[in-house]
Write a protein that binds this ligand. Structure first.
Ligand code: CTP
Ligand code: CA
Length: 225
């Protein structure tokens, strides 16, 4: 059958994607955040829609337009992202956790602006819940749970550790220490790992990298049927 006559690879699939950073508020004017631009997750959501999927995108604070045809839910903090993701979970075929979720958040958010006093300041941070691990262990677990891993060293070992520890089906790892492979640019490269496999996606535009990642995901979904 000619490729152009086949239905799009992800038609009939429902995908939930998280993207962007989270901002954890210290007081009304300050927060702890990270350098994630959200571009990778938005590219995944856009590519999935173009490949025929029904896509819900839970987005942290980013300044990016909503990809056409994608349902977007905006959140700020890790705890809100977790709520939004778990609420959207039932009926999803896949979860793709591309968000750079804060690992720690201030123990409390002050209601008024913190005034300076003294020569140093200590802020108590507490661990956030791991959204990805919670999705993988959830009663409404999608058939495919995909994580990202941002690493600066020992890429495969750390990525495979996350794959096992969090109970994932796929993990897409990128070396954020390399120029042009990071959080803020338009380009990326990914090494994708699963239990008995590996696929390297060459460095290039996040749009193409996203499409290649979704081809792998489509392969895995089809292999499950
Ligand atoms: N993640 C999550 N919730 C968290 C932290 C991380 O859902 N509270 C998800 C991210 O969306 C990503 C994956 O876990 O898909 C890996 O994130 P990463 O920061 O690389 O790993 P961590 O498990 O947080 O470990 P560390 O930061 O110590 O390397
Ligand atoms: Ca982390």
């Amino acid at each position: 059958v000619e490729a152009s006559l086949l239905p799009p690879r992800l038609s009939g699939r429902r995908l939930l994607v998280s993207a962007g950073p989270t901002f954890e508020d210290i007081d009304p004017v300050r927060f702890i955040g990270n350098r994630s631009s959200g571009k990778m997750g938005f590219a995944v959501a856009d590519a999935a829609r173009r490949m025929g999927a029904e896509v819900t995108l839970v987005a942290g604070p980013v300044s990016l337009p909503t990809p056409p045809g994608v349902t977007r839910v905006d959140v700020r903090r890790a705890a809100q992202m977790r709520e939004a993701v778990l609420a959207a979970l039932p009926g999803m075929d896949a979860y793709i956790g591309a968000a750079a979720v804060a690992d720690y958040a201030p123990a409390e958010t002050l209601p008024q602006k913190l005034k300076k006093s003294g020569d140093s300041l200590a802020i108590t941070l507490v661990r956030t819940a791991d959204i990805l691990a919670d999705v993988a262990a959830h009663a409404a677990r999608p058939r495919l749970v995909v994580g990202f891993a941002a690493e600066t060293q020992d890429l495969e070992a750390y990525a495979r550790d996350k794959l096992h520890r969090k109970g994932l089906d796929l993990i897409a790892a990128n070396d954020v220490s390399r120029a042009g492979h990071g959080f803020e640019g338009d380009d990326n490269a990914l090494s994708v790992f699963w239990r008995d496999g590996r696929h390297d996606i060459a460095h290039g535009p996040k749009t193409r990298v996203a499409r290649e990642l979704l081809q792998l995901l489509a392969d895995r979904l089809e292999a499950m049927e």
